[in-house]
Design a protein around this ligand. Structure first.
Ligand code: CA
Length: 87
């Protein structure tokens, strides 16, 4: 008689809510990607990080992240991108 209805582990892990990554993680990741510490991720920085992607793929991702089209990705845009890509 195997009863597999016990999911006690599901109770934890639901605080903080909102997105697969916490805001703190995204901020850390952003800082790690912001190689020159400008407070924005620029095209070259994305290229340096994702150097296995082609320029086309990179441009595509960059365009999707760069909502206001100012040529750089802010923390806000970066965080929004993570909601979309659900990494
Ligand atoms: Ca931007």
């Amino acid at each position: 008689m195997a009863e597999r209805g016990e999911d006690s582990t599901e109770a934890e892990g639901e605080h903080g809510g909102g997105g697969p990554l916490s805001r703190g993680h995204i901020t850390q990741l952003f800082a790690a990607c912001d190689l020159n510490g400008s407070g924005f991720i620029e095209h070259e920085e994305l290229h340096a990080i994702c150097n296995e992607l082609t320029i086309d793929e990179l441009t595509d991702i960059f365009d999707q992240l760069d909502n206001d089209r100012d040529g750089k990705i802010s923390l806000e845009e970066f965080a929004d991108g993570f909601m979309v890509f659900r990494l």
